[in-house]
Write a protein that binds this ligand. Structure first.
Ligand code: PMP
Ligand code: GLN
Length: 384
């Protein structure tokens, strides 16, 4: 195996989903919903399959999807995009992240990343030969610390990889925090890649603010989102990159050699979803907020510190009151003790002291599954 891959462990999501299947446990690990997205969108995909949309789509994506993404950005955020040059469709946000990092990071370049980080960021920075410079979000609030952000930037920093709403903490960066990122990016002439896949899964009346809408940020921001979370089709892997034409072209320079293009019949279906099914994600966010509250209440009856999220699918807990110093050991024992699977967050941290004891629980599951999981956890002995 090439040296640059040797230090990267297999993704925790495969490992923990396999553990759930092997042990017959309830899977509150990997973030995928129990319920599929709108049936009319599935029908749109079936129509596309039957009407012969089965050959390579254009490398930039089918025109109607690029137009639908542009219209979505205009409708929600007032961002006016040229669908011909300022949008490219990707194989999920995952490919968009990989292409952006490979296209922007030279060997030795430093990329500032929020920690805990989504696991593919680490792998992509390693594959590009870059160096990650983490900025740690700390409990209870997981807010962005201005001093930590400034301290992470060095003369070798060229890029910043942001994720808001943030997986796994559920932090949604406020306008003030985004302004801080913008100030740092402008002062140090950084390009910012921003992963906004949870843009619509935001709770308690909050709204998502895209970084590219802040003054001076449009020209230096690559924005990423995907249909997976917004429409509950995580397996479809249809994502997109938006931004100024030169940055979209730069990302496309790498993207064309990764997949070239993907998901021919699904792209028109996602275009349909973006244009016709906006009510779906509003209802989804309401439903997920209720499920968040259900899981948070259940976890609060355990001997853990619970950090309710502002957004996303996930709740973070600190398991030290059970006598566990190590969230991985806790999670590996959990199927046998309680028949439940969760994700040890330490794999998303360089700073092990900050992350070793944190455990993530997904609530994008049926209410009955969440209730069953809570009952099992409450009945189990979870002490070290
Ligand atoms: N970024 C974050 C923060 C995620 O949680 C995920 C998981 N959906 C992705 C990117 C990957 O998105 P996709 O499934 O569209 O590749
Ligand atoms: N985004 C999902 C999560 O954080 C998982 C995606 C994956 O399995 N790669 O759980």
């Amino acid at each position: 195996m090439a040296r640059r891959l040797r230090s990267i462990p297999p993704t925790i999501f495969s490992e923990m989903s396999a553990l759930a299947v092997r042990t017959g446990s309830l899977n509150l690990g990997q973030g995928f919903p129990d319920q599929d997205g709108p049936p009319a969108v599935v029908e749109a995909a079936v129509r596309a399959l039957r009407s012969g949309r089965n050959q390579y789509p254009p490398g930039l994506g089918v025109p109607e999807l690029r137009e639908a993404v542009a219209a979505h950005q205009a409708r929600h955020y007032g961002i006016e995009l040229d669908p011909l040059t300022e949008v490219v469709i990707t194989a999920g946000a995952t490919e968009a992240i990989a292409a952006a990092v490979l296209a922007l990071v030279n060997p030795g370049d430093e990329m500032v990343v929020l920690e805990p980080f989504y696991d593919s960021y680490v792998a992509c920075v390693e594959m590009a030969g870059g160096v990650r410079r983490p900025v740690t979000l700390r409990p209870p609030g997981f807010r962005l610390d201005p001093d930590a952000l400034r301290a992470a930037v060095t003369p070798r920093t060229t890029t910043l990889l942001l994720n808001s709403p943030h997986n796994p903490t559920g932090t949604t960066l406020t306008r003030e925090e985004l302004q801080l990122v913008a100030d740092v990016a402008i002062e140090h002439d950084l390009v910012v890649v921003t992963d906004e896949v949870y843009e619509h899964l935001v709770y308690d009346g909050r709204t998502h603010v895209p970084l590219c809408t802040l003054p001076g940020m449009w020209d230096r921001t690559v924005s990423i989102s995907s249909a997976g979370k917004t429409f509950s089709f995580t397996g479809w892997k249809v994502g997109w990159v938006t931004g100024p034409a030169d940055l979209v072209q730069t990302v496309t320079a790498a993207k064309q050699w990764l997949t070239f293009s993907n998901a021919a019949p699904l792209q028109p279906a996602v275009a349909y979803a973006l244009t016709q099914e906006a009510a779906f994600y509003d209802a989804l966010a309401k439903d997920l907020q209720t499920k968040r509250d259900l899981l948070v209440a259940g976890l609060r009856d355990l001997d853990v510190d619970v950090y309710p999220p502002e957004a996303t699918y996930f709740v973070t807990t600190d398991v030290r009151r059970y006598g566990h110093r190590d969230g991985l050991a806790f999670c590996l024992a959990l199927p046998e003790r309680a028949g439940v699977v969760a994700i040890p967050e330490q794999v998303f941290f360089d700073d092990q002291d900050a992350g070793r004891h944190l455990v993530r629980w997904a609530f994008c599951k049926d209410a009955a599954v969440l209730e069953d999981a809570v009952a099992r956890l409450q009945a189990a002995d979870l002490h070290a």
